[in-house]
Design a protein around this ligand. Sequence first.
Ligand SMILES: Cc1cc2nc3c(=O)[nH]c(=O)nc-3n(C[C@H](O)[C@H](O)[C@H](O)COP(=O)(O)OP(=O)(O)OC[C@H]3O[C@@H](n4cnc5c(N)ncnc54)[C@H](O)[C@@H]3O)c2cc1C
Length: 267
Amino acid sequence: MHIVVCTKQTPDSAAKLTVDEAGNVSWGDSPIIINPWDEYAVEEAILIKERFNGEPKVTVISMGPEEALEALKHAIAMGCDEGIRVWDEAFENSDTLATSYVLAKAIEKMGDVDLVLFGKSAIDSQTGQVPIEVARRLGFSPLTYVIKIVELDIEGRTITVERLLEQGRQVVKAPLPAVIGTVKGINEPRYPSFMGIRKATRAQYPVWTGADIGVEPDKAGAAGSGVRWERIFPPPVREGGAEIIEADTPEEAARILVDKLMAEKVI
Ligand SMILES: Cc1cc2nc3c(=O)[nH]c(=O)nc-3n(C[C@H](O)[C@H](O)[C@H](O)COP(=O)(O)OP(=O)(O)OC[C@H]3O[C@@H](n4cnc5c(N)ncnc54)[C@H](O)[C@@H]3O)c2cc1C
């Protein structure tokens, strides 16, 4: 059995995003980390591996420039078997359509994949589109918002999962191969062990280019993207302020507040 986890490098969740008047976006000098939602996908893959006595192979892939290595290293340190970076200058400026195309081509090249795991979204662009697009491109069963893998029947080639919906939980059974979008709560991601960190530091991370995975140039990068960023601009500075109501008692303060709200026709 072969499990693939897709992960993306993102700025730290505490990073402060700024956009200047020319539309240049900056995360400042924030550290680059594994997309936090992807840690649930990595953990789930490792849990499956452990449940089947270490037999399944877990490969982690990321489409991205050199900084994507950080995400791969973190996943290997947690317990994945191997990490592959998929990158070509032609992949720059990819929207989700082009990103999913490249990821699907890389997964196709592996050939023997039974499960592809994702986090629910990436904390920077946060469209949540990539998992479903990859499933569609590969023709794999698309299972999103998965909070529990109920049963993985490798011989019967089916998977049963619980999906977390606003209205409640939904149990779904689907044929393998499948794409799983995980949500927070499916597990508690482990911290990388000291041995894991050593393994991640020493591991080799092959880079697959467009030619390696048979990418057609007009389907990747800006050429393969349906979305254009026409304009990026900082939101207008919020105006307004706070007024502290001075009064001797809470009752008096409440009365003054009510008078002001009525004068403004708020109530
Ligand atoms: C016109 C345009 C140009 C863009 N140019 C760039 C650019 O130059 N550089 C850039 O970094 N971004 C660029 N983006 C943003 C980029 O398209 C998205 O970040 C990317 O497609 C993933 O979408 P998302 O972040 O919404 O992921 P989501 O769909 O929210 O993520 C869901 C899951 O997919 C995984 N995933 C997402 N992307 C990857 C990946 N690359 N490899 C492996 N797993 C992945 C996530 O880790 C997560 O598990 C551009 C977007 C547009 C519209």
